[in-house]
Design a protein around this ligand. Sequence first.
Ligand SMILES: NC(=O)c1ccc[n+]([C@@H]2O[C@H](COP(=O)([O-])OP(=O)(O)OC[C@H]3O[C@@H](n4cnc5c(N)ncnc54)[C@H](O)[C@@H]3O)[C@@H](O)[C@H]2O)c1
Length: 313
Amino acid sequence: MPTRKKVLVTGGAGFVGSHLCERLLADGHDVLCVDNFFTGTRDNIVALLDNPHFELMRHDVTFPLYVEVGEIYNLACPASPVHYQYDPVQTTKTSVHGAINMLGLAKRTKAKILQASTSEVYGDPTVHPQTEDYRGNVNPIGPRGCYDEGKRCAETLFFDYRRQHGTNIRVARIFNTFGPRMHPNDGRVVSNFIVQALQGKPITLYGDGSQTRSFCYVSDMVDGLVRLMAAPDDFTGPVNLGNPRESSIRELAETVVRLTKAKSKLVKKPLPADDPMQRCPDISLAKAKLGWRPKVKLEDGLKETIRYFKETL
Ligand SMILES: NC(=O)c1ccc[n+]([C@@H]2O[C@H](COP(=O)([O-])OP(=O)(O)OC[C@H]3O[C@@H](n4cnc5c(N)ncnc54)[C@H](O)[C@@H]3O)[C@@H](O)[C@H]2O)c1
């Protein structure tokens, strides 16, 4: 019988965070969910509010937090370009000040702390697929810099806290994740396509749709995060978590149209600045160290996500 832990999830009312809270409760832990509700909502966690082992706190991670916890998953940060570019200075603050505050908390309480980093630390990669030792190709002064560089700096802080203070850290580099509770207007490709298809609107392809992405279903991602937290203390990462199966954006659009039985046409629009042409994780490290690999097929994950959007739209 595993021991009950007190686990803090920052960004716990968001898309990935809410699924993580559910999983941690199901695993028998006490969960403290901290969120400022910038992109997250109470709706995402409403089913958990009556659970005596769940606690919700409205708090902005750019301010210090004084609580007693044993593990911290630091997910607080808007994740989609429309949201993180809305107030780019706040985005950098959330990543950098948020990391400093949560690492300070981990140092004080001797908690284990996991950072939700991102494949965006690789920028527009020049090697495929990306392994963790690839240092990336990020434009520090472009419109994505607030997110990419904020996350890169957070990784630096995590490793400096480990070197300087012996903090017990883990860094996950999360690749595109999708599933129920994605924000319907976040401009991310999966939610965009599903919402457009369900509303019978044209499906917008940026560029010619030949750029590729890999899509990991949220339950697989949460499982990877939990495994990383449980891994031996000498395994800090960074470790890629994502689905190595690449699909072109056009293929995704066509699958969504087929599954929703929509009449939507595909229309092309110009590619936004610094949009990567290809993004695919090498997950050899996660396989070897965490025994982890994604299990849910794209089409099965899409069906669940479509069902969710049908209910909420
Ligand atoms: N979803 C993906 O494909 C993906 C890919 C790579 C990395 N990530 C990372 O995973 C984490 C979760 O992403 P998500 O997709 O669930 O996004 P999300 O926007 O749904 O969740 C982020 C949560 O953080 C909260 N938040 C934002 N700023 C905050 C602040 N200053 N203080 C407290 N809470 C704050 C939001 O309200 C929201 O609930 C993020 O750190 C993101 O960078 C996600």
